[in-house]
Design a protein around this ligand. Structure first.
Ligand code: HEM
Length: 371
């Protein structure tokens, strides 16, 4: 077990098996994350619209994609007009954000991750999940979905079953959006994922701005994100639709080293690793090294480890060792954390960019505040 424990970084808190178990058996009423309503409200109030660009898209048009294309062109050009002093959308200043401005946003996100009253002490894992679910709706054939648009702000996408619980992440970033109104939600959420990975000890992720927010008409249909109860052919259908291959799928799911499942969100329960706020290749090691059995409980079918009964695996996680083509990558990443980090960094960076009409080739990196 001790091989899975690592020194902790900012926000990192290792779970001993006992602590992990006690978290699992804590009654729902006193669970630390129970501050959120059990089910995400269907009619979630729309987050405030970003600052109005000087040349506004035609308001009469119901075509969200057209609006988003116009706004994207403006945003990608780096021009933002906003009123810094009043709530009205009267443009009073021209502001062209630079790398240093995005660096300030990165620092603000890094600063908001830690919270001892939330889950295992960090909003990092749920921010990573927000970035992934905002991006993972991409369909390579129709070129719809993806992080451009940030349509999860709106019903029906906000109330898709797969997105249950992500309001916690969106709300956590809201004060940062209020402080830096020139950043689009799509850029903020994806930068949130980058910051969370890096601050929790993961690899550096290349990132660039350029996402423009769309309206509710650009929401993607339900069913584009993976169903944890299913196996390898479903996983391939979902990730191939985004344009990923088997190796990239296995690298991406390694993010399950972080965070936990919540009965009031997905219905599943518990963390995958003993240090759920510190990114390592432990997910793969545990998947291979531990013995797993079906957990006996009245929740959805999930696995628990024989030894401590404090860890979990989803049926979809287990598919990664049942399928030969997936398993060879699990074995590689279990042996080689550097290879995992390199491949995760590339695949996660790609995921966050799916479907975004960037106007610039240049990507940026941000130094972790813990470095
Ligand atoms: C087969 C693919 C996947 C399935 C079926 C899946 C399923 C799930 C489920 C059911 C949860 C629990 C949600 C909750 O109850 O709060 C979860 C959490 C999480 N997932 Fe995935 N996931 C997949 C891929 C990914 C990918 C590609 C990433 C990121 C690159 C990711 C990152 C996370 C993180 C960080 C959490 C923890 C969230 C928290 O602690 O609040 N997952 N996932």
């Amino acid at each position: 077990m001790s091989t899975y424990l690592r020194p902790t970084l900012r926000c990192a808190r290792a779970l001993t098996p006992r602590v992990a178990r006690s978290a699992l058996v804590r009654p729902a009423a006193v669970r630390l994350y129970a501050t959120e309503p059990p089910k995400e409200a269907a009619a979630e109030p729309a987050a405030p619209e970003p600052a109005a660009p000087k040349t506004e898209a035609p308001k009469s048009s119901s075509n969200g994609l057209l609006i988003s294309a116009v706004v994207a062109a403006l945003a990608a050009g780096g021009y933002y007009y906003y009123s810094s002093s009043s709530a009205e959308a009267t443009p009073t200043a021209t502001f062209v954000p630079t790398y240093d401005d995005y660096k300030k946003v990165y620092a603000a996100i890094a600063d908001t991750l830690e919270d001892n009253d939330y889950d295992d002490g960090s909003y990092g894992p749920v921010l990573i999940r927000l970035a992934w679910h905002a991006s993972g709706t991409y369909d390579i054939n129709t070129k719809t979905g993806g992080s451009n648009g940030a349509t999860m702000r709106f019903d029906p996408e906000s109330s898709h079953g797969a997105n249950a619980g992500l309001k916690a992440a969106r709300d956590r970033l809201e004060p940062i959006k209020a402080k830096y109104p020139w950043i689009s939600y799509g850029d903020l959420w994806t930068l949130g994922g980058v910051a969370a990975v890096q601050e929790l000890g993961g690899p550096i992720i290349k990132w660039r701005p350029g996402r423009a927010d769309a309206d509710a008409s650009a929401c993607t249909p339900d069913g584009r994100l993976p169903d944890a109860a299913q196996g390898s052919s479903h996983i391939r259908d979902i990730f191939y639709r985004m344009g990923f291959n088997d190796q990239e799928i296995v690298a991406l799911v390694g993010a399950h080293a972080l965070g936990r499942c919540h009965t009031n969100r997905s219905g599943f329960d518990g963390p995958w690793t003993f240090a759920p706020t510190y990114m390592t290749n432990d997910f793969y090691k545990l998947l291979l090294d531990e013995k797993w059995h079906w957990r006996k409980w009245d929740g959805p079918k999930q696995f628990e480890d024989d030894k401590t009964k404090s860890l979990m695996m989803l049926p979809a996680d287990m598919a990664l060792v049942k399928d030969k083509s997936f398993k060879k990558w699990v074995e590689k990443y279990a042996k080689d954390n550097d290879a995992f980090f390199a491949d995760f960094s590339k695949a996660f960076g790609t995921l966050l960019e799916l479907g975004v009409p960037f106007k610039t080739e240049e990507t940026w990196t941000f130094t972790p505040t813990t470095a």
